[in-house]
Design a protein around this ligand. Structure first.
Ligand code: ADP
Length: 189
């Protein structure tokens, strides 16, 4: 199973991405986690990444690709699948991901789009604000704006390609998982 998660911050893509990974036995590749691990090591690259993460800005596309591409290809080759959580996040990244998919015959089969009202997202982000620095209210609001400008257009991009699966992320977390699984179970591997 090869899945891309698409969702605004706070809609639960990390949680649902992990559950998809377990159910279908494919690696969960979270760009945010990869960047936070690098940041924690305080390497020069990590410091460069934290300047974007701390402000809630997007990491530049070329840097994202240099850190993510090999992992996606390796995951697809080794396990036959992946759950991409946080990548692609811009139209340029989506084009790059499509190109990688064509070259390696590992194109995504479904894009799970978690949709939730903005007030739900803000209250969820505020609720976890103590564990992640970029969830402080001002930065979380900025991340929602960045999402609306750069990532929301991917919804139409993938809908036009016929692989968008829209799920209501305002439901209880287990209901969201069931909705995702029932849609993905219908997709042939
Ligand atoms: P969330 O979905 O809650 O915003 P993530 O863990 O997916 O959190 O991402 C955290 C941060 O990492 C983003 O705000 C951004 O700075 C950076 N980031 C993650 N993935 C990408 C990406 N594909 N392109 C650019 N920046 C990214």
């Amino acid at each position: 199973m090869r899945v891309i998660m698409l969702s605004p911050p706070g809609a639960g893509k990390g949680t649902q991405g992990e559950r998809i990974s377990v159910r279908y036995g494919v690696p969960h590749i979270s760009s945010g986690e990869i960047f936070r691990e690098e940041t924690a090591r305080q390497t020069p690259l990590g410091k460069r990444l934290s300047s974007y993460l701390d402000r809630g800005d997007l990491v530049p596309d070329d840097l994202v690709l240099s850190l993510i591409k090999d992992r996606v290809v390796a995951a697809a080759r080794q396990s036959g699948g992946y759950v991409l959580d946080g990548f692609p996040r811009t139209l340029e990244q989506a084009e790059a991901a499509a190109e990688i998919g064509r070259e390696t015959h590992t194109s995504a089969q479904a894009v799970v789009y978690l949709d939730a009202p903005k007030d739900v997202l803000i209250s969820r982000l505020a609720g976890r604000g103590e564990s992640r620095a970029d969830d402080s209210e001002a930065v979380a609001r900025h991340r929602l704006e960045v999402y609306a400008e750069h990532t929301q257009p991917l919804v139409d991009y993938y809908a036009a390609r016929g692989i968008l699966v829209k799920v209501d992320a305002g439901s209880p977390v287990d209901v969201v998982s069931e909705d995702i699984f029932s849609a993905l179970d219908r997709i042939k591997d």
